[in-house]
Design a binder for this molecule. Structure first.
Ligand code: GEK
Length: 331
């Protein structure tokens, strides 16, 4: 298999867009990728690319997208040198935060049980069968594979993190022809209004945005009329109108801006012109769902909560509680 090359990595996707009449968008993406990889290369990228290149070439591999562990496997097991290469390559892509994955029998037990989030969200969605799907802030792309497994015709994730991109490519190299792609872009960089997608997900992103209503408008612009928005974010208990803005960090996380109550969030969505917004899930994040593992050895949620009162963060705010809201862009 060829080494990572930014031109070839996205060539099938860009060709598809061009064939479907989206030449302008394809050209804009090409320029953005050029800026990302040629004009502003990331210092750690060569190391992650070297890790990716260690993964053994197995053209007989299959990716299973319908299991809680997104799984790469083949009928013929890896030889022992191949297993060693695989382990070294995957270790070179640590820390693994979003998953779990399984590569030829090796379980990547990630910091997050992202499968639990998917199990909460998936039953409430309109069918993804045949749809074009966007996942904003997709991390390693774990949910991209699950969306494809749920029947989506085309899945595109965006996330600026290049380690996440390399983790995604560790799977994608074993199913290169699948219409599942991760673009290393921020949502602010997408052309507007795009109106390309049937379903757009934004999970775990809104609280990182300084202007939450603008984020909702950005998301709405990605959708075709009548498309579905799936928004998952941190919320707090409180009446309509109530929002928590942490003084500085929240659960040690930098860059956390607005944690609305569910009713406030529903109002924000209505004000952003989204229809039929409804809360389909609310779950308190536990230290079983987010924890340090062998594949993510830094501190995790346990250390971000008050040791004397684990219902509160270390800064004294209410502990993490996440709501999923589904809404529709007017048709
Ligand atoms: N402006 C932005 N544009 C695009 N992505 C962004 C932006 N800002 C941050 N991100 C990305 O959004 C992701 C948020 S994590 C949720 C992962 C997954 N969705 C999950 O639900 O498990 C939640 C968390 O770690 O707090 C990170 O991967 C960022 O790089």
């Amino acid at each position: 298999m060829a080494e990572f090359n930014w031109r070839t990595t996205w060539s099938d996707m860009l060709l598809r867009l061009e064939k479907e009449g989206w030449q302008d968008w394809a050209e804009a993406i090409h320029q953005q990728l050029h800026r990302r990889f040629v004009e502003n290369p990331h210092g750690d990228l060569p190391r992650w690319q070297a890790a990716l290149n260690q993964l053994p070439d197995r053209r007989d591999a299959i990716v299973y997208n319908d299991r809680s562990e997104v799984t790469v496997d083949s009928l013929v097991p890896l030889s022992s040198p191949e297993s060693e290469q695989m382990e070294q390559g995957l270790r070179g892509l640590m820390p693994w935060r979003k998953g779990p994955f399984r590569f030829f029998g090796t379980l990547i037990d990630t910091e997050w049980r992202s499968d639990w989030k998917w199990d909460r969200v998936a039953p409430a969605l309109s069918s993804l069968e045949g749809r074009r799907v966007l996942d904003v802030g997709c991390g390693s792309g774990y949910h991209l594979w699950r969306m494809f497994g749920a029947g989506a015709a085309e899945v595109i994730g965006i996330d600026p993190g290049l380690l996440f991109l390399c983790q995604f490519l560790a799977v994608k190299r074993y199913q290169p022809a699948s219409p599942v792609d991760l673009l290393p872009l921020r949502i602010e960089e997408l052309a507007r209004p795009l109106e390309y997608f049937d379903t757009t997900f934004s999970m775990g992103v809104l609280y990182h945005r300084r202007s939450p209503i603008d984020h909702l408008l950005e998301l709405k612009d990605t959708l075709r009329p009548g498309g579905e928005l799936v928004l998952e974010t941190l919320v707090v208990e409180g009446p309509q109108g109530y929002t928590l803005m942490p003084e500085d960090r929240y659960g040690r996380m930098r860059n956390v801006w607005f944690l609305p109550s569910c009713d406030t969030l529903l109002r924000w969505m209505a004000r952003a012109g989204l229809e039929e917004a409804r809360v389909v899930d609310m779950t308190i994040t536990t230290t079983e769902e987010q924890r340090a593992t062998d594949w993510m050895q830094f501190q995790s949620l346990e250390h971000f909560l008050d040791p004397n009162d684990p219902t509160r963060t270390i800064e004294g705010y209410p502990g993490p509680r996440r709501a999923t809201i589904i809404a529709r862009k007017p048709g």
